[in-house]
Design a protein around this ligand. Sequence first.
Ligand code: BV8
Ligand code: ZN
Length: 248
Amino acid sequence: MPSLTSLEKARALLKSARRICVLTGAGVSAASGIQTFRDAGGLWENHSVAEVATPQGFADDPALVWRFYNARRKAADGASPNAAHLALARMELGLRRHGAARAAFALLTQNIDGLHQQAGSQNVIELHGSVWQVRCTDCGEISEDYPLELPVPARCDECGGRLRPNVVWFGEALDPAALQAAEAAVAECDLFLVVGTSALVQPAAAFPLLAGRRGAPVIEVNTELTPISVFAAVALKGPAETLLPQLL
Ligand code: BV8
Ligand code: ZN
């Protein structure tokens, strides 16, 4: 666990911040019982990324991909927000209530489980989509009204076209609106907090570096060191569900 001084330093930086940008990854949902990707026992241990998280994998075997995402919908359905999600929602509320007029708070998440919204976070930008949304590859209809586990082959209620999870796979561009909103938040923040991400996946992993290069201090909360740690003004080593409430 981090020394008191690094916790105090992080608290002081947070206290004086007016425009906070947060980036979260699977580590914030770990305490909610949702598997991360690259930790021991993680999702990528039992699934080939190419088979379940690329357009080619979906084209080759949509049933396999839907089994993978149906399992993730089920896991997310059984999960509730943990203290890390709740602390981030409280941080945003506090800033909006007591922050100066130009106070701003943006929560960029790579997670697709919707737990930040369930915890009460308002300004959430889902960089990699949502496991709750399904998109028709023919008519483009996006819906959250399909059953928890989609029958395979999953067909569109509107046009009978093939349905896919509305998530961003490797090799796919992020939704332009989400990317633009994220870049704007990175450009205007005066503090960047990165929590629970291995910081390997682009373009999300570049956001903390871009903020740091502009002079915004970066605080990292992670149970391990990552490529961001060396750039961070403060790198707090420990679980987000314990450290984030201590930061507030
Ligand atoms: C794109 C699908 C271009 C949704 C995912 C070189 C440079 C730039 C890009 C690339 C490159 N080489 C390849 C690329 C492209 C690729 C990429 O970045 N590859 C990497 C691996 C090298 N990027 C892309 O393809 C992106 N698109 O670049 O498009 C383009 C442009 C125009 C036109 C066409 C194309 C798309 C990336 C999105 C991929 N989709 N998933 C889903 O199923 O969820 S990625 C997958 O990884 C998830 O989205 C996940 O969110 C993301 C990141 O993982 P993490 O969230 O960080 O989770 P992880 O398990 O890795 O780490 C958990 C961390 O938490 C650990 O550090 C652990 O220590 C910590 N932790 C654990 N418990 C706790 C904790 N911390 C605190 N408390 C705890 N309790
Ligand atoms: Zn359709």
